[in-house]
Design a protein around this ligand. Structure first.
Ligand code: HAM
Length: 422
């Protein structure tokens, strides 16, 4: 039987792989300008990290984790997201001593056992940042601005993005709000799906995320968190919005935006893009001032975001933006006949050693076929090696743009090609 990649996974073929690398490089360049440094954490962690960090009553922990016992019997889970691992590492390596700030970014695969559909995969790729140690609203505004700037920097027009913001309150005001939402669910139980009814006892705020239209209608009338914030949380939220206003970053307040992870406190945000259908959230994040303590560390504020590669790519495609640059061959070395192949091979190697992206044909194909291949690769220069030229210690260098040809001594070919490609 022919084996295929598991459902919900995809091979990143060269064009997509190139787009991923381009989006990662763009992220690294931009994030470094904002003071972020790279971090890599394991693709799998102890299951309790996610259970505690993300929350037992979330969909992610309840039904989407890839969990298995390793050979020693410990329960291991493939990471469904990056924040819990980064915070675990920050605690383990004391990356955020009292009073200091750490800014970290990462990119890599995440795993969630979800029902696959357009923009929703079981293995998907995220780029994310975590800003640890800063409680001030300017940190929230900087992270929100960075997410928007990132999408702009890779070519997604601002008008194709919606930026949603909300505040989730904190451990002072949220419990009472949760109770109010639970009461709303119980009072309207008849109009809700079974799962939402159950949520009144487990995790009432998750009912805001239910896809069922009847549930959405009921939850539209639920109490709003923004009416239930304590003074400190309200002031924090107002200050974040003031900073965004001052930066000229347009946003919509979304009082029902709760996001699917339980660690959030105060600011949450999401960027949605046009042309994606149901899975239109290309990136999102928020503040998590309780997460360090939940994971056994000293109380440390934190916030961050992650964006999904597949959805970003879909959003760019829907906007008509080409995210992957083409294969970067600058010079193609063509051999006129068999007697020139060894010299062509040596010349291609010399070009590469000189820093020029060069290609040649390893099969014994005709000169015409080689020119076609060069054309397909978009080579800017073709270097032709024939028996006569070779006898004279030369090659013909053809500029494919101007069609100009020149005979050049073999030793001078790399510098001539470098000059042509600028
Ligand atoms: P999240 O909203 O669960 O947040 O995921 C962030 C992004 O990952 C989403 O906006 C989406 O683009 C992408 N994504 C999520 N699930 C899938 C999937 N099944 N298939 C394809 N793409 C997906 C987090 O993961 C948080 N850790 C973000 C964060 C960082 N909050 C604070 N710091």
């Amino acid at each position: 039987m022919e084996l295929r990649a598991p459902k919900g996974t995809a091979d990143m073929l060269p064009e997509t792989a190139r787009a991923w690398e381009r989006l990662q490089a763009a992220a690294a360049a931009l994030f470094e300008r904002y003071g972020y440094e790279p971090i890599y954490t394991p693709l799998f962690e102890h299951t309790e990290l996610f259970a505690r960090g993300i929350g037992e009553a979330t969909d992610i922990v309840g039904k989407e984790m890839y969990t298995f016992d390793d050979r020693s019997g410990r329960s291991i889970t493939l990471r469904p997201e990056g924040t819990a691992g980064v915070v675990r590492a920050a605690i383990e390596h004391a990356l955020v001593p009292q009073g200091s700030v750490a800014k970290l970014y990462y990119a890599g695969p995440m795993f969630r056992y979800e029902r696959p559909q357009k923009g929703r995969m079981r293995q998907f790729w995220q780029i994310g940042v975590e800003l640890l140690g800063a409680a001030e609203p300017s940190a929230d505004a900087e992270a929100v601005a960075l997410l928007v700037r990132y999408f702009e920097s890779v070519g997604l027009p601002r008008e194709r993005m919606r930026l949603l913001v909300n505040s989730m309150g904190d451990e002072r005001c949220r419990p009472a709000y949760r109770d109010a939402v639970a009461a709303h669910i119980r009072a309207n139980a008849d109009g809700l799906c079974e799962e939402c009814r159950r949520r009144a006892d487990t995790n009432p705020l998750r009912a805001f995320d239910c896809k069922n239209e009847r549930c959405q209608a009921v939850m539209a009338d639920a109490p709003r968190i923004t009416d239930a914030l304590c003074d400190e949380c309200r002031e924090h939220y107002e200050a974040v919005k003031r900073r965004l206003d001052a930066l000229g970053i347009a946003y919509e307040e979304a009082p029902r935006l709760v996001r699917g992870l339980d660690y959030y406190t105060r600011t949450v945000f999401e960027v949605q893009a046009e042309g994606l259908g149901a899975q239109n959230a290309i990136g999102g994040g928020g503040r998590y001032d309780g997460l360090f303590a939940t994971l056994g560390g000293a109380r440390t504020p934190g916030l961050g975001f992650a964006l999904g590669f597949e959805r970003t790519l879909l959003a760019l495609q829907a906007a008509g933006v080409e995210p992957g640059t083409s294969h970067g061959v600058a010079a193609y070395v063509a051999a006129v006949d068999e007697s020139c192949r060894a010299a062509a091979f040596a010349l291609a190697m010399a070009l590469r050693d000189a820093g020029v992206a060069a290609e040649l044909d390893h099969r014994a194909r005709s000169l015409k076929a080689q020119f076609k291949h060069a054309d397909k690769l978009g080579a800017r220069v073709v270097v032709v090696l024939g028996p006569d030229e070779l006898a004279a210690g030369q090659a013909t260098v053809r500029d494919m743009e101007t069609k100009e040809e020149r005979k050049v001594a073999l030793a001078d070919v790399p510098s001539r090609v470098a000059a042509l490609i600028g």
